[in-house]
Design a protein around this ligand. Structure first.
Ligand code: THU
Length: 144
């Protein structure tokens, strides 16, 4: 799926997510996540996970990117790339699995996307990634 995205758009989003991951603040889990979300108008917004001593205050990289984009005025999105690995490891290192967004982030994304077409790019590197629709990751999602 995600056929409407060009290979170059996918690679660009992955590069942005990799750069976002550099700023992840993860002193508790030591697991660093980077995300980059593509708005319908072509605007790209980065996000990373930001942890807190009060653990539940932590925000995931995906929601951080989504909410930052919404705060800019974006309301509709085509795709998000994410990349993740433990601190000290690269996402493309041997044994590091493809990342996948948590359930809360999937639901948050459903608010501003068409789950049938919104592409979630699960990236280990610019060359090694999987693309799924949000609907595949969150079937029969809740909406009002
Ligand atoms: N995390 C994300 O950023 N995205 C996800 O989809 C799952 C988990 C973060 C939260 C926390 O900082 C760390 O990964 C370990 O759970």
């Amino acid at each position: 799926m995600g056929a409407e995205l060009s290979k170059e758009e996918i690679r660009h989003l992955i590069r942005e997510a990799m750069a976002a991951r550099e700023n992840a603040y993860a002193p508790y889990s030591h697991y660093k996540v980077g995300a980059a979300i593509l708005a319908q108008n072509g605007d790209v917004t980065r996000g990373c996970n930001v942890e807190n001593a009060s653990y539940s205050v932590t925000i995931c990289g995906e929601r951080n990117a989504l909410f930052a984009a919404v705060a800019k005025g974006e309301r509709s999105f085509r795709a998000i790339a994410l990349t993740a690995a433990p601190e000290g490891k690269d996402p493309w290192a041997e044994g590091v699995p493809y990342p996948s967004p948590c359930g809360v982030c999937r639901q948050a994304l459903s608010e501003f996307t068409d789950p049938k077409t919104f592409a979630v790019i699960l990236a280990r590197s610019e060359e090694d990634y999987r693309v799924k629709t949000l609907e595949e990751l969150l079937p029969d999602c809740f909406s009002l």
